[in-house]
Design a protein around this ligand. Structure first.
Ligand SMILES: [Zn+2]
Ligand SMILES: [Zn+2]
Length: 291
């Protein structure tokens, strides 16, 4: 069956060895069948010196996805280097595709974070880096995630959510001048909705900060499919005028390009015009290198 395609890129994806459920080879093969021209793998790069002290780390061990978390930069770099070799090796097999090595990198408050990530990017030369805010940094006590925000008692939960969004705004306003790279875009500004916590005002403010700082916004189509998720009119209004790219955030082959069409319809209905619709136009939205 021929798919009536509207969008032919997918850059936010995950694979086995991190927290994805399919291999790099299977993800690329599926993308190829679907007619995707530019396909990138962007596994989580999450390095924090005290990450193993976090409550969420125990859950990750039990759930079998602790491989995305690291307290050691060298171990992470070695792992990514092997992974990128695997991705790049597929390029000769699919000459018509543009296969890219990305990463979804978490921002942390700890001193030294800048050095750690600059060093990693210099060593690994990813084609692009997606900025992400999944956590709240608690220094020597590790980190908290959105589930911790949800399960905290009411007043504390509110406070944590506010802190989460303050961090996101700080990331939107980040001064990149002394960094060796820049995030190509910021993932899921509305991540807390994944677990059913949200604050429309804070979400709108974060979105506004991204817009004002010319950071492309990600329309995460996996999140939009989540049962907790709602796209409030305030958010849609704020989105109009934003520069946006679509991400399926696929953790398995079945999710590649999932919900692209319905999200696109919603965005068009809301008057969002500046959305990247094709691989050929990607360079107008995000500055992707090719190594
Ligand atoms: Zn993931
Ligand atoms: Zn993410």
């Amino acid at each position: 069956m021929l798919i009536d395609k509207k969008i032919d890129y997918s850059l936010h994806t995950h694979t086995i060895g991190f927290d994805g459920r399919n291999s790099v080879a299977d993800m690329v093969a599926t993308a190829n069948v679907r007619g995707i021209k530019t396909f990138g793998i962007s596994n989580h790069f999450i390095v924090h010196p005290y990450i193993k002290k976090s409550k969420m780390y125990e859950y990750a061990v039990r759930g079998g996805y602790s491989g995305i978390y690291s307290d050691n930069i060298e171990t992470s770099i070695e792992k990514f280097a092997r992974h990128y070799d695997e991705v790049r090796a597929l390029r000769s097999q699919y000459p018509d595709m543009n296969i890219l090595c990305g990463m979804e990198m978490d921002w942390f408050k700890y001193g030294g974070w800048r050095d750690v990530v600059n060093y990693a990017v210099r060593r690994l030369c990813p084609d692009y880096v997606i900025g992400a805010m999944h956590f709240i940094d608690r220094g020597e006590n590790g980190i908290l995630n959105v589930h911790d925000i949800k399960t905290a008692p009411a007043p504390e939960s509110r406070r944590l959510l506010r802190e989460y969004y303050q961090n996101l705004m700080q990331l939107a306003e980040f001064d990149w001048r002394n960094m060796g790279f820049q995030f190509n875009w910021i993932a899921h500004f509305d991540l807390p909705q994944k677990v059913g916590v949200s604050d429309t005002n804070m979400e709108t403010a974060a979105l506004h900060a991204l817009k004002m700082n010319s950071v492309p916004v990600e329309l995460n189509t996996a999140l939009i499919n989540n049962k907790h998720y709602t796209l409030k009119p305030e958010i849609l209004a704020e989105l109009s005028g934003a520069t946006a790219i679509l991400s399926d955030d696929a953790h398995d082959i079945a999710r590649i390009e999932a919900n692209y069409d319905s999200v696109l319809d919603t965005m068009r209905g809301a008057g969002v015009k500046n959305i990247c619709l094709s691989a050929d136009n990607l360079s107008k939205f995000v500055n992707i290198r090719s190594h």
